[in-house]
Design a protein around this ligand. Structure first.
Ligand code: A3P
Length: 296
């Protein structure tokens, strides 16, 4: 499978109440009508919150021992299909998911909670949501847009940040995304809400919590092995998890596995940007109990 090298930066437009690009809307009907199975596991995130990391942990928990060829020859984006993705020259996410022969199926989405295909809720699927603090999330998203021609033009950092705050980034406002799933969790018990910062602080603890949510009795030695193999440096080296096989990304501009840290925003935000951001953030988040850490 090779993505067409001719992919050019898409335009952003308003779609179902959020900003989108055609690569995530062109297959809309099929995405919305996707038939989830009760044992499917949905990995949901705002872009750049740690999707790949969590996906790989889940993949190893379920398939680390049973399918060695999966680990050596199948990139993570084929193991955990990106449901709404529809790039020219690459199989649609829905098609990849439908063709998965392993159980459970691990499926990735960046859709905000209100746009998740309804069959996931009807089937009471397990949902693993990973959230990352807004500042680091924005920085990571900025570098991702710089290096990926499948993403809209990011502009300069200041420009990007203003757009992020205004909720104009693809998949909509970060604020609504993280709060939407947080609220859903209050009524939908099969949702596990994780934080990128917690994962960095103590990956082993988060793997253990994840196992307990999933009802897995993975032995401690194996959990430790998984924690080790999913370390940032290991994933950066691993061709199956570092996205180096995707031609739309230019790692000379910025690698997919960029820094993997909490607090890199301090190297990007000016004092003025930070003050403006904090003020705006307070307003946006005033009605939620959801709390983030911007340093650990
Ligand atoms: P940075 O750009 O801050 O480095 P996603 O998978 O949702 O696209 O998120 C990508 C972000 O997660 C990147 O953040 C990437 O480096 C980070 N990441 C991926 N794997 C990681 C790991 N094992 N440990 C820490 N961070 C990781």
């Amino acid at each position: 499978i090779t993505l067409l090298k001719s992919v050019t930066r898409p335009e952003v437009f308003e779609f179902e109440g959020i900003s989108m690009v055609r690569f995530f809307t062109d297959n809309w009907e099929k995405v919305q009508n996707f038939q989830a199975r009760p044992d499917d596991i949905l990995v949901a995130t705002y872009p750049k919150a740690g999707t790949t990391w969590a996906s790989y942990i889940l993949d190893l928990l379920y398939f680390g021992n049973v399918a060695p060829e999966r680990q050596t020859a199948m990139p993570i984006f084929l193991r955990v299909p990106f449901l709404e993705s529809f790039f020219p020259g690459f199989p649609a996410g829905v098609e990849l998911a439908d063709n998965l022969s392993t159980t459970p199926r691990l499926i990735k989405t960046h859709l905000p909670v209100q746009l998740v295909p309804k069959s996931f809720w009807e089937q009471n699927c397990k949902v693993v949501y990973i959230a990352r603090n807004a500042k680091d999330n924005a920085v990571s998203y900025f570098h991702f847009e710089r290096m990926n021609v499948g993403q809209p033009e990011p502009g300069d950092w200041n420009n990007f940040l203003q757009n992020f705050m205004e909720g104009k980034k693809v998949f909509g406002p970060w604020y609504d995304h993280v709060c939407g799933y947080w609220e859903k969790k209050q009524t939908y018990s099969n949702l596990h809400y994780m934080f990128f910062e917690d994962m960095v602080e103590d990956t082993g603890r988060e793997v253990e919590r994840l196992c307990s949510f999933l009802g897995l009795s993975t032995p401690i030695e194996e959990r430790e092995r998984i924690t080790e193999s999913t370390h940032f440096e290991k994933m950066k080296e691993n061709k199956m998890t570092n996205y180096s096989t995707v031609p739309v990304m230019d790692f000379k501009i910025s690698p997919f596995m960029r820094k993997g840290k909490v607090g890199d925003w301090k190297n990007h935000f000016t004092v003025a940007q930070n003050e403006q951001f904090d003020e705006h953030y307070k307003q946006k988040m005033k009605n939620t109990s959801l709390q983030f850490r911007t340093e650990i």
